[in-house]
Each structure stands twice: as structure tokens, then as C-alpha cells.
Design a protein around this ligand. Structure first.
Ligand SMILES: Nc1ncnc2c1ncn2[C@@H]1O[C@H](COP(=O)(O)OP(=O)(O)OP(=O)(O)O)[C@@H](O)[C@H]1O
Length: 333
């Protein structure tokens, strides 16, 4: 398929992204006869609709970053399928993919590492426009760059454009990273813990900028966080990941009001209460996510679940629709 045809072929009528039975494993070591693998994403299926924010939550090590990078085709997939819009990109070579990449962007956790320290804000934002040959003149480029800087509230844009990254605060750098993604008019952004390195006062502003951009541009966002309160604030739907498996998925409102999986319930119980005198409940689950060195057998949450039954050790629970739009993988239901 010619590259121009490939872009013309790309349609977002139903889903911006969809993933079918996705597996990602990392090689850990190579023995004489066999390799050991860590199974980081284990049979995940979901889709993201135009203009939707899907929150992905889970503790450290649950596979959130791996999932985000895999669907952007930044790491190798072991099994399953990935569609960007209507196009199956699972086996597509990078030489073809790069023509579609402007529509599928990554905003990372670390705004310090994301910017080249030798590049001015202007050049950082303009770089993608130049790579993808999206502008014909310097005037057009300036107009787009200044507009994007104003959109992320770096004003006056002319002043910020000439600054170097080390002259900016963490929050300002993250705005540059967002502006750099926005000029490419993406359809889908993986925002991987985009506010976790910022101070509390800046966090709300960055969330607001992301959400306004979503509304204005009908952008879809996969919002990765370990914080269920933040996920519920920004997301339309939430997917709860544990050991690389989706254990629950529903609208944000439903997840908060009616969490069904014991893991989700524990995450919600751990949200700090606004009343400083309120008694913090004893955490229901202890320990941490244990890396899987084989395909999972039984429920991945078995060893930490307060309601574990013999079947949970033997049989993997399927992700079932328990109520309309509310999916849970648990033998209790
Ligand atoms: N390059 C790698 N090689 C080997 N193992 C890896 C690699 N990257 C991640 N892992 C492992 O894969 C599992 C999932 O990691 P991942 O970073 O995707 O989780 P996460 O939920 O994003 O965690 P965090 O919130 O700490 O970033 C972990 O056990 C991690 O140690």
C-alpha cells in the first residue's frame, strides 16, 4: 500500500484504537536450552472511542506502561492484534508506521527527560511539523507553534518560544510536551502518568489542559495512572489492570460507586478521605504485584485476595459483562 493511500485509508468511524487479546512478554535471560520471560501484558482486549478518555489504573508493576507503549508500537508484541483506527498495524513495518505516527502520540511521565536540553521551546514544538512536512512556510509554522503554546497557556507564546528547557518549571515543560504533541493534530494520545512528577498546584492545570484539548479536538486519551481518584476525575471509563490482566472495566462513575472486583474495592478504600479526622481503614490487601514468569494459571490476584476460593487458584476468571457496560473478571460473580 502506498503511504499516501495508507493515510487516506485511515478511518476513525468506530474506534480510534482497538486491541484484541494482546500479550507482551520481556525476555529476562537466555539459558542453554530455554529463555525465561516476564509476562507483562496478558491477553488484554479493549477499544477507545473518538473523544473518549479511558483511564488505566493499577499499582506499580501491573503493566500499564508496557500496555501504553505496545499499542503505540514502541515495543514488540508477543500475541494479539492492534488496530489504529480501521488499520491492523500489528505486523506493520516502522517505515510504513511512521506515516501514521503523527496521529498516535505519547506524553510521558518525565517532562525533564522528554525535551532535548539544547533545543528551544520553539524548535521542540516545530520539530514534528518539520519531520512530517506539515508546513509550507516559516509564517505558517510560527502561527501553528504560537497557537499551540497559547493553547497550553504558555503566554505570551513569543516569550516562551525562545526559552530553553532549563529555564522552565516542571509544569511548564509538561505543557511544552503537550503542545508538541498537539501541533500534529493527534487522534489518540497515551498520557503515561503525565502529572505524577508535578507539584499539586500544577497538576490540576495540566489535567484541565488535556481535558480541554480532548473536547476541542475530539481527541481520545489513554490516561495511565496509579491513582484511581485522578483516573475517575479525568476519564469517561476506567480499566483496572492487575499483573497485566484487565480485572474490571466500567464507566468512571460506576467503578467508584459500585466497584466489584476485590482489587478495585481495595484501591478505592485506599483513597484518602477529605475529613482529616476520618479513620483510615486497614488496607484489605497486603503485598505487591508479583511478576509472572509464565502465562497465568488461575486468577492473577489469587494470592492477595481476601475472598479467594479453591477455584480461583485453578481456573482463570473470564472478563464478563455483569451489568450493562460493567465488566469484571472474578469467580465471585
Ligand atoms: N524492559 C523490560 N525488561 C524486563 N521487564 C520489564 C521491562 N519493562 C518492564 N518490565 C516489567 O514488566 C512489568 C510491568 O511493568 P510496567 O512498567 O509496564 O508496569 P507499570 O504498571 O507501568 O508500573 P509503574 O507504575 O511502576 O511504571 C514489571 O514487572 C516490570 O518490572
Amino acid at each position: 500500500m502506498l503511504n499516501k493511500n495508507l493515510i487516506n485509508e485511515l478511518k476513525f468511524d468506530h474506534n480510534v484504537i482497538s486491541v484484541e487479546n494482546l500479550w507482551v512478554r520481556y525476555p529476562l535471560s537466555r539459558g542453554l536450552f530455554s529463555r525465561v520471560y516476564l509476562y507483562a501484558v496478558n491477553g488484554v482486549s479493549f477499544s477507545v472511542q473518538p473523544g473518549e478518555t479511558l483511564g488505566v489504573i493499577g499499582e506499580s508493576g501491573s503493566g500499564k506502561t508496557t500496555l501504553g507503549r505496545a499499542i503505540l508500537k514502541l515495543i514488540e508484541v508477543y500475541e494479539g492484534k492492534i488496530f489504529w483506527g480501521n488499520i491492523d498495524v500489528t505486523k506493520m513495518k516502522e517505515s510504513k508506521l511512521r506515516h501514521l505516527r503523527r496521529y498516535f502520540q505519547l506524553i510521558q511521565q518525565d517532562p525533564y527527560g522528554a525535551l532535548d536540553p539544547r533545543m528551544s521551546v520553539y524548535d521542540a514544538v516545530a520539530e514534528g511539523l518539520r519531520i512530517h512536512k506539515l508546513v509550507k512556510s516559516r509564517e505558517e509554522e510560527e502561527e501553528i507553534v504560537y497557537k499551540a503554546l497559547a493553547q497550553v497557556k504558555l503566554t505570551p507564546p513569543e516569550t516562551f518560544a525562545s526559552k530553553m528547557p532549563d529555564e522552565l518549571s516542571g509544569g511548564q515543560r509538561q505543557r511544552v510536551v503537550i503542545a508538541r504533541a498537539l501541533v500534529l493534530k493527534p487522534k489518540f494520545v497515551v498520557a503515561d502518568e503525565p502529572i505524577s512528577m508535578l507539584d499539586a498546584s500544577t497538576r490540576g492545570q495540566i489535567l484541565e489542559i488535556l481535558d480541554n484539548t480532548r473536547k476541542e479536538n475530539n481527541l481520545s486519551i489513554l490516561f495511565i495512572t496509579h491513582d484511581i481518584a485522578i483516573a475517575s476525575y479525568i476519564s469517561n471509563r476506567i480499566m483496572v489492570l492487575y499483573s497485566g490482566k484487565v480485572v474490571e472495566m466500567a464507566s468512571s462513575e460506576e467503578i467508584i460507586k459500585n466497584p466489584m472486583h476485590p482489587y478495585t474495592q481495595a484501591l478505592i478504600e485506599a483513597i484518602p478521605k477529605p475529613d482529616p479526622n476520618a479513620k483510615v481503614p486497614e488496607p484489605k490487601i497486603k503485598g505487591e504485584v508479583v511478576p509472572l514468569l509464565d502465562k497465568p494459571k488461575g486468577c492473577v490476584f489469587y494470592n492477595r485476595c481476601p475472598f479467594a476460593m479453591p477455584i480461583c487458584k485453578e481456573k482463570e476468571p473470564e472478563l464478563k459483562e455483569i451489568k450493562s457496560g460493567h465488566y469484571v473478571a472474578c469467580h465471585l460473580y
